[in-house]
Design a protein around this ligand. Structure first.
Ligand SMILES: [Zn+2]
Ligand SMILES: [Zn+2]
Length: 175
């Protein structure tokens, strides 16, 4: 089944990449054949991933898109308000697919050439958004008004920073 949101994103990202001077001379066409997927909805740490085929060494200097099993993005990033960030995420994973297995200085240099400078900064807000989105509990300080939303119970393990009092768990209803 074709995931139209992801395919549309790929079309846009490849279009932008083809205009980037830093990628001049790179054969981008194989990126069009990489299987695209979505991460689990409740993933909190991972925003995007480039998964290589079994047995592929990520440090291999000859890595190419044909070594890629899947590029997957967080489904939440495909919502309209995060699409700008999703483009950047896909670009980031495509750079891995083009032969940069790790986040070395060359990778960071290429990554920094993405024309939408705002996009990368959205990662911080997206992480906060995911945490709220996946929250099942509110940890509240019984003394002051401070509270935070989390996916696990604090279970008496955490203190309020200002009051040094144990935080109390409240169960959130479905969001
Ligand atoms: Zn990466
Ligand atoms: Zn407090």
């Amino acid at each position: 089944m074709v995931d139209t949101s992801l395919e549309f994103l790929r079309f846009r990202v490849m279009g932008i990449m083809s205009q980037m001077e830093s990628l001049n001379g790179k054969d981008l066409q194989p990126l069009a054949s990489i299987p695209l997927g979505r991460l689990r909805r409740n993933a909190t740490r991972l925003h995007g991933v480039c998964r290589f085929n079994k047995g592929v060494d990520k440090r291999d200097v000859n890595l190419s898109p044909t070594d890629v099993r899947e590029v997957a993005l967080h489904p939440e990033s495909l919502k309209s308000e995060w699409l700008q960030y999703a483009e950047f995420l896909m670009f980031h994973e495509f750079l891995h697919a083009l032969g940069h297995g790790g986040h070395d200085s060359e990778f960071r240099h290429l990554e920094a050439q993405w024309p939408d400078k705002e996009a990368k900064q959205m990662g911080v807000n997206f992480a906060v958004h995911l945490r709220k989105h996946n929250a099942k509990f509110t940890w509240k300080c019984p003394t002051c008004d401070w509270q935070t939303e989390r996916s696990v119970r604090s279970a008496g393990r955490y203190l309020c920073r200002s009051c040094k009092v144990k935080l109390v768990d409240f169960v959130l209803t479905a969001n």
